[in-house]
Design a protein around this ligand. Structure first.
Ligand code: GDP
Ligand code: MG
Length: 503
């Protein structure tokens, strides 16, 4: 990233300029990483280059008039060169898009022109430093160069949350006590400009298998990626989904379900559920509304959660499958077990009561900056998600007994690159060889189905989802293997990633 700064005013001191350029270099670097913008740009062999000019009021008025037909002073103007929409290139880069400077290949993306005087008066008005205002305007404008816009309310949110994320990451968050969002950023929602800190934190969703945890997470995120992982060896606290709203970020930590420990696998699951709960800000216990009496598993779960002294919310799922009256004894029974902050009946399947549940969860989270950028969904690798997407289809197409006795192992994940690939994401094909491991021969024949129909169906559906996730054509080769009693054999558990972690 090459940022060239030209100062055409006398109002900025050298230290101010130096500090501006170091902040801006950091900020632009963050924006131009692959997470925010087209990977072809981020991974290009040329250095992205941008020019920032500081001008006075007369000059910016002149430019504003010439380019936008507005004969008035403004704070910042952006002059994009590349054809981009929402951080994505609209067409492929051509040789003439590049140029050379001092022997370095560069990719110019445009000019940013900032009126220092106007910035100074805005800074004063909002009650923060000129430094922050200048950097903020540069970041805002650079996002414009990258094709982000705030014309449409939809794209506006995206742009504003990015810009605040970046400002926060470089250590220039908006002072919560400052007066007002800038007039340029005419958003009605003050959260969008980061004036008020969002409610942000970790939520552990616990409950025995089949109560509907995955269904809830899918409903919440509306995204294929947000599925419950049964492989809790992912890097950061076993995150299964990140829910973003303008005023909140809820990070769901993966809890594979509470069992009465019967085999080593379920022992492990109980263990990891509570490890997740330990690190959480709020614990949500989900139960099936069709079964009114808490069993020993739920009692134990409640006891353990109580010891952690976390706010606990009881979610009674599958409310669609029972009458309202029949929920009353259930609620009474559970109320005796613990002092729940709230008891919320929902239907994850019909997506009933979910907004209300999210509001309640969010109200229990501390006010603090987001932990993850607004567009992050999970932290799992593509390989792990691919395995999960296959598992998801096994769950979808087979009955309960099979999925709980299966694991998916990715044997090979090979990427073929495009001939003109600019970076490692420029793939033409991903070849995945995966094995479905089951416990019995009878399970294997169910998984294969008549004439291999079942595995074909699972494979086709999983492949489509993996293609959607990777944005690339996928070849998926599935095999079914039987490993008797694998759930009890630690070697296999290790092999499939069910590694017990030490605290
Ligand atoms: P998990 O093991 O806790 O993750 O449970 P799943 O989300 O996999 O759901 C288990 C089963 O319950 C699936 O067949 C779901 O379709 C079903 N299910 C989940 N939520 C609801 C609901 O609100 N109502 C009804 N009737 N069924 C549900
Ligand atoms: Mg599940």
């Amino acid at each position: 990233m090459k940022v060239q700064i030209e100062n055409n005013t006398r109002s900025l001191k050298k230290e101010e300029l130096d500090s501006f350029s170091s902040y801006v270099a950091k900020a632009f670097e963050l924006i131009s990483c692959a997470k925010y913008i087209d990977k072809r740009i981020a991974g290009s062999d040329a250095e992205l280059s941008v020019d920032v000019k500081f001008v006075g009021e007369d000059r910016i008025r002149e430019l504003n008039n010439a380019h936008r037909g507005l004969d008035k002073v403004t704070d910042v103007l952006s002059f994009p060169i590349l054809d981009m929409v929402d951080g994505k290139l609209s067409s492929d880069l051509m040789p003439y898009d590049y140029s050379y400077q001092d022997g370095i290949k560069i990719l110019p993306c445009g000019d940013i022109v900032i009126c220092v005087k106007r910035a100074a008066s805005q800074a004063e008005e909002y009650g923060h430093s000129l430094q922050r205002e200048l950097v903020f305007l540069a970041v805002h404008s650079f996002l414009h160069l990258m094709g982000f816009d705030h014309e449409d309310p939809k794209t506006e949110k995206n742009m504003f949350s990015k810009q605040e994320d970046v400002m926060e990451s470089i250590g220039l968050p908006r002072d919560p006590a400052s007066n007002a969002p800038s007039t340029e950023i005419s958003s009605e929602d003050r959260y969008q400009v980061g004036q008020i800190l969002p409610h942000c934190g970790y939520c552990a969703l616990i409950g025995r298998p089949n109560v509907g945890k995955s269904t809830l997470l899918n409903a919440i995120s509306g995204m294929k990626l947000a599925i419950v992982s049964h492989k809790p060896q992912t890097t950061r606290n076993n995150i299964s989904a990140i829910y973003n709203r303008e005023d909140a970020q809820v990070i769901f930590v993966d809890t594979p379900g509470i069992h009465t420990p019967k085999s080593k696998l379920s022992e492990f699951m109980v263990d990891s559920s509570f490890r997740a709960a330990k690190g959480a800000d709020v614990v949500v216990l989900m139960v099936d509304g069709r079964f009114g009496k808490p069993a020993s598993v739920e009692k134990k779960a409640v006891e353990s959660a109580k010891k952690l002294k976390k706010p606990m919310i009881l979610v009674v799922n599958k409310a669609d499958a029972v009458s309202k009256e029949s929920l009353l004894p259930l609620i009474a029974n559970y109320s005796q077990l613990a002092d729940f902050e709230d008891i919320v009946p929902i239907s994850a399947l019909k997506e009933d009561g979910i907004d209300q549940l999210m509001d309640i969860i969010i109200s229990k989270l501390p006010s603090q900056p987001r932990f993850f950028p607004g567009d992050e969904i999970t932290d799992q690798s593509e390989r792990e998600i691919a395995a999960e997407l296959i598992r998801e289809q096994i769950l979808h197409y087979t009955n309960e007994e099979i999925p709980h006795g299966t694991a998916v192992e990715i044997d090979a994940f090979e990427e073929e690159m495009r001939e003109d690939a600019l970076d490692s994401y420029d793939r033409s094909l991903i070849k995945i060889h995966a094995s479905i491991i089951c416990e019995r021969d009878s399970h294997k024949s169910i998984l294969l189905g008549k004439n291999g129909q079942m595995i074909k169906r699972i494979g086709t559906a999983a492949r489509k989802n993996i293609e959607e996730m990777t944005d690339c054509k996928v070849f998926l080769d599935l095999h079914v293997k039987v490993r008797k009693d694998w759930k009890n054999r630690q070697v296999f558990l290790d092999e499939f990633g069910y590694k017990k972690k030490e605290d």
